[in-house]
Ligand binder design. Structure first.
Ligand SMILES: Nc1nc2c(c(=O)[nH]1)N[C@H]1C(S)=C(S)[C@@H](COP(=O)(O)OP(=O)(O)OC[C@H]3O[C@@H](n4cnc5c(=O)[nH]c(N)nc54)[C@H](O)[C@@H]3O)O[C@H]1N2
Ligand SMILES: Nc1nc2c(c(=O)[nH]1)N[C@H]1C(S)=C(S)[C@@H](COP(=O)(O)OP(=O)(O)OC[C@H]3O[C@@H](n4cnc5c(=O)[nH]c(N)nc54)[C@H](O)[C@@H]3O)O[C@H]1N2
Ligand code: SF4
Ligand SMILES: [Mo]
Length: 728
């Protein structure tokens, strides 16, 4: 690399949320980030930047981050820095010993959200998991979107074949449990989501928001409807019921299960769901008619509806309605992206529950077990009890249900390794912390998120700053995979574990594609880039697949490439055995009886939900002064009528089946009576992160209860948690 003499502007994708905005970053002569702007020449994000992206430079070199491997002395609970070799030597000594004594299932992994944003997470976490070969795999997915993936897996045959609303062309959007003006969108990669919603309105379209709170998104919307937490499945069944009853269905794709769906919806007339949802029957009927009448329409539901009771049924009905109204797979409706790299790789239909968890017998989904049972698996003695844990980019003490119980469980492990930027509420239990490099030292390609983009697009960023003598995060994971399985974790015969594993994967992929002789054609600075080149060449736009795309094309277009609007992809994208969309998957029909039984249940007096905040990112961006400045944001939103009714003052003691918290109240009319909202990811009172500790807040997941889950997917339930409130 040429010597660096002056400040320079470089391009990189923002790794901080699903919007994948292009950034233009200025580095000074010493490689420090001095400014961050939105990349105006990015064809997808067009210069959009939010406060989190603007803080990228501060995050990049946060003085409180972990920069070298750290080893904890258990006797004194103190940390020392260590060399990479010493850290991996310790892991290689201790981890395989636990497995040798207690068997493979004694090992577990927890994968956190940022893995969806890193090359290391996409390409090298699978290598680590193969090395561990344990069924005890957990991730943030079962605290997030697993219901959507299970529903998609059952309906379309592949859990990664998830339709997204065609935001830029739709005429009518019904949005449930999402607040993209704060979150910037999820399972719907859409940079400048707010701008896209305004454009929808400018072209004469409408959008309706269903949420127990009047959010910023709801304020922008043409209509907002309050809904009782956890009842979206009832609302959607009311809509399905109406579509059939009024003969408004117009199915345009090949489907199975139409009659079964009609029968299942029969019990949920608009009148019968009104009490449960708080939405009048006339409104349910009007929504159904509007969805059917709109030239194009899309239903989109996100985290508020996934992390709730009947989450999977809700996600199923979202796409059932998209299909019933003729909007599935058509422009302006709900469509499937066509990602340039890493698309569908499955040949057989998705299956759910191929095995179950040891203690509670909860079903596996996508090879994972529910994070809601991680504490059970650590705390319950017996064969297969978890004794050694690897976490990669996760903070489940703050992000998983019954967080306090998980905190106690982690303290009992025989050995724990965390790959993470910070010493935090979770990684403080580790024996070894292995840090990733600065974000500017990592390459970026969105293998996962571009599968869910509202417009086909690709962009690759090379590391902006060289690594020096430390490993990349990909290298860390490859060495860790070797160390936990007792293989040499240093270069053997001049080949490091990373290159070794990449060469195997490249050779295997070329073999499968019937072109083993083409290895030498792959370009790239290292084998990681060559793997990307290979995926691009074999992908839907790829040079080896009738197109033109390869890594060189992305390198020549550093602002990203516009690959065009979404195109209809059915039936090609289906992996169901019948090659038709299954509108009535049996495992979901089985869960409907539980819904019917609960139809007339009265809601608990007060229920808890969450909320996201624009200047926050789950649990881990609270050490950035510019994001946490101002008044305390970890407050309990509560309707003033409830404050008066319950005789509350400035604080309240909130009690659930799982735990108790004392929280400051923020009375506001924006939340419906009987519902209170506390954001998650806070609770840094004991943190060594200096800024985060001053804005500690409380851990909302002390209140959420790991003993209840969405039944089909095993997903955690964060919304609709029954609580009682008393004056503090
Ligand atoms: N009550 C409630 N709980 C929730 C939710 C809710 O709405 N309500 N939302 C849920 C959702 S949607 C999610 S996704 C989960 C998130 O759950 P987690 O993924 O467990 O939590 P995060 O706070 O995202 O933690 C990310 C961790 O990754 C580290 N990190 C950041 N960047 C990198 C990197 O490049 N490499 C590595 N190795 N580490 C990195 C951070 O330091 C941090 O420790 O929380 C869930 N929990
Ligand atoms: N700034 C910022 N951006 C983020 C994150 C962040 O922490 N901060 N986290 C990222 C992650 S990991 C994810 S998964 C996405 C999530 O992105 P979104 O899905 O947009 O998440 P939220 O902003 O939490 O919006 C969820 C909404 O659901 C509502 N809600 C709660 N319960 C119910 C219910 O039962 N029914 C209905 N209809 N609504 C309900 C809540 O009031 C809230 O307004 O955001 C991502 N982007
Ligand atoms: S919206 Fe998301 S991707 Fe865009 S700048 Fe903000 S954090 Fe980064
Ligand atoms: Mo998430």
């Amino acid at each position: 690399m040429a010597p660096i003499t002056d400040s320079r502007n470089l391009l990189r994708t923002c790794p901080l949320c699903e919007a994948v905005c292009g950034l233009e970053i200025t580095l000074d002569a010493d490689d420090h980030v001095t400014s961050v702007r939105g990349d105006k020449a990015d064809p997808f994000s067009k210069g959009f930047l939010c406060p989190k992206g603007a803080s990228f430079g501060t995050l990049d070199e946060d003085p409180d981050r972990v920069t070298e491997p750290m080893i904890r002395d258990r006797a004194t609970d103190t940390w020392r820095t260590a060399s990479w070799n010493d850290a991996f030597d310790l892991i290689a000594e201790r981890f395989p010993a636990v497995i040798a004594e207690h068997g493979k299932q004694a090992a577990a992994a927890y994968l956190g959200n940022p893995n969806a944003h890193t090359v290391a997470g996409a390409l090298y976490v699978p290598v680590l998991l193969r090395a561990l070969s344990t069924k005890n795999l957990f991730s943030a997915s079962t605290a997030d979107q697993m219901p959507k993936q299970v529903a998609s897996g059952l309906m379309f045959g592949d859990p990664l074949t998830v339709p997204v609303p065609d935001l830029d062309r739709t005429d009518f959007l019904l949005m449930l449990g999402a607040n993209p003006l704060e979150s910037n969108g999820s399972l719907c990669t859409a940079p400048d989501f707010p701008g896209r919603l305004k454009a929808l309105q400018r072209r004469g379209g409408r959008f309706v928001v269903v949420d127990p709170r009047v959010t910023r998104t709801a304020k922008l919307a043409d209509e907002h409807l309050f809904i009782r937490p956890g009842s979206d499945a009832y609302l959607l069944f009311g809509i399905v019921h109406t579509l059939f009853a009024e003969q408004l269905t117009d199915v345009r794709v090949e489907v199975d299960g139409l009659d079964e769906l009609r029968t299942a919806a029969a019990a949920f007339s608009p009148d019968s769901v009104a009490l449960r949802t708080g939405i009048p029957a006339a409104t349910v009927i009007r929504l159904a008619r509007e969805l059917a009448a709109a030239p194009t329409a899309a239903v989109y539901a996100r985290i508020g509806t996934c992390t709730a009771e009947f989450g999977t049924i809700t996600q199923w009905l979202v796409d059932a309605i998209n299909a019933l109204t003729g909007n599935l797979d058509r422009p302006g409706g709900a469509m499937f992206a066509s990602a340039a790299a890493g698309g569908i790789t499955r040949s057989r239909p998705f299956r759910l529950g191929r095995w179950t968890s040891r203690v509670r017998e909860l079903p596996e989904a996508m090879g994972e077990l529910p994070v809601a049972t991680l504490a059970d698996e650590i705390l319950t003695p017996g064969e297969g009890q978890i004794r050694a844990l690897v976490t990669v980019a996760g903070n489940p003490v703050l992000s998983a249900p019954s967080g306090a119980r998980l905190d106690a469980a982690f303290a009992q492990l025989d050995f724990m390794v965390s790959v993470d930027r910070y010493l935090n509420e979770t990684t403080r239990h580790a024996d070894v912390i292995l840090p990733p490099p600065r974000p500017v030292q990592s390459p970026h390609y969105d293998f996962a998120l571009l599968q869910f983009a509202v417009h086909n697009y690709a962009r690759y960023s090379r590391p902006l700053v060289p690594l020096g003598d430390r490993p990349s995060e990909s290298g860390v994971l490859a060495r860790l995979a070797a160390a936990v399985s007792g293989m040499p974790h240093e270069s053997a015969d001049g080949v490091d574990p990373l290159t070794g594993v990449d060469e195997l994967i490249i050779a295997g992929t070329l073999q499968k594609a019937g072109m083993p002789e083409r290895r030498a054609e792959l370009v790239g600075l290292d084998t990681t880039e060559q793997r990307l080149d290979l995926m691009l060449r074999l992908g839907p736009y790829g040079e080896w697949n009738g197109g033109t795309l390869n890594l060189q094309v992305l390198l020549d277009n550093p602002h990203g490439i516009d690959l065009g609007p979404l195109q209809p992809r059915l039936p090609e994208a289906l992996r169901t055995a019948s090659k038709r969309v299954d509108l009535a998957p049996q495992p979901l029909l089985d869960d409907v009886s539980r819904m019917r039984a609960r139809l007339a249940d009265l809601a608990p007096d007060v229920v808890l939900i969450g909320r996201r905040q624009l200047r926050s990112n789950n649990s881990w961006m609270h050490n950035i002064g510019q994001l946490v400045s101002g008044s305390n944001r970890c407050t309990l939103h509560i309707n003033p009528a409830d404050v008066a009714r319950l005789g509350l003052g400035e604080h309240a003691v909130v009690k659930s089946a799982a735990g108790t918290l004392t929280v400051p109240l923020e009375p506001t009319d924006t939340i419906m009576p009987g519902v209170v909202s506390l954001p998650h990811g806070w609770g840094h009172a004991d943190s060594t992160q200096t800024v985060a500790r001053q804005h500690a807040g409380v851990n909302a997941n002390v209140l959420t209860d790991d003993s209840v889950v969405d039944v089909p997917s095993g997903n955690a339930i964060f919304n609709g948690v029954p609580v009682t409130l008393n004056p503090a």
